[in-house]
Design a protein around this ligand. Structure first.
Ligand code: AMP
Length: 195
């Protein structure tokens, strides 16, 4: 594993523990020698993760659509800021660049991004881990909903269980390194049919 994509709030949230874990995440990712891939923003928890990784001497790659950069929320101090044409292109680029997908607390964008990667993982489009740092139980309700999906027959237990939940980023990185993907739902798709 050479890189981790972090999805998290473009807002800071209202629990100081969220910001604290964002700083821990950026620092640990950098210190583990992993490249941080993220949405490229300077705001909210996103900005905090990136700043912490840079401060710890890490490599940080942001991927952002041009219109968001132009609204001046792009982070100007990154190792690399990739400018793309659309949100779809952005999510695809982030997915390609990363070897695992880690969520800190966040809003709709965070959920959209991680659910996309979970879906691609269970379809066998990639074999990369998806996980959550469950700061102060932020993801408990979502975890219960995913279990309800499995209990209701909309996914299977092995696909619910492939999501990693950790109390902290250090534990998440360890679990990512040990991750073994389940067999894909329909077999492995040919590269040209993916996404
Ligand atoms: P949200 O959780 O709704 O705040 O959305 C955060 C996620 O969506 C991040 O992981 C980003 O990839 C993307 N995103 C949403 N808003 C922004 C923004 N202002 N700047 C950069 N990325 C954003």
């Amino acid at each position: 594993m050479n890189s981790i994509c972090v999805y998290c709030g473009s807002a800071p949230g209202n629990d100081p523990a969220f910001h604290e874990e964002a700083v821990v995440a950026g620092t640990l990712i950098a210190k583990a020698g992993l490249t941080l891939v993220y949405g490229g923003g300077k705001v909210g928890l996103m900005g905090a993760v990136a700043d912490a990784a840079l401060a710890a001497g890490g490599k940080v790659v942001g991927v952002m659509p041009a219109d968001l950069v132009n609204q001046e929320i792009g982070h100007k101090g990154l190792t690399e800021l990739r400018i793309v044409n659309s949100m779809h292109e952005r999510k695809w680029a982030m997915a390609e660049l990363a070897d695992g997908f880690l969520c800190l607390p966040g809003g709709p964008g965070t959920f959209e991004e991680i659910f996309e990667q979970w879906t691609w993982a269970l379809l066998g489009f990639h074999a990369k881990p998806c996980g959550f740092v469950n700061v102060n139980g932020y993801y408990n309700a979502m975890r219960a909903l995913v279990q309800q999906m499995a209990d209701s027959g909309f996914t299977t237990q092995q696909y619910a269980d492939m999501l990693i939940y950790a109390d902290g980023t250090a534990e998440a990185i360890e679990a990512f390194r040990a991750y073994v993907p389940p067999p894909p739902k329909w077999g492995v798709a040919p590269v040209e049919q993916r996404y």
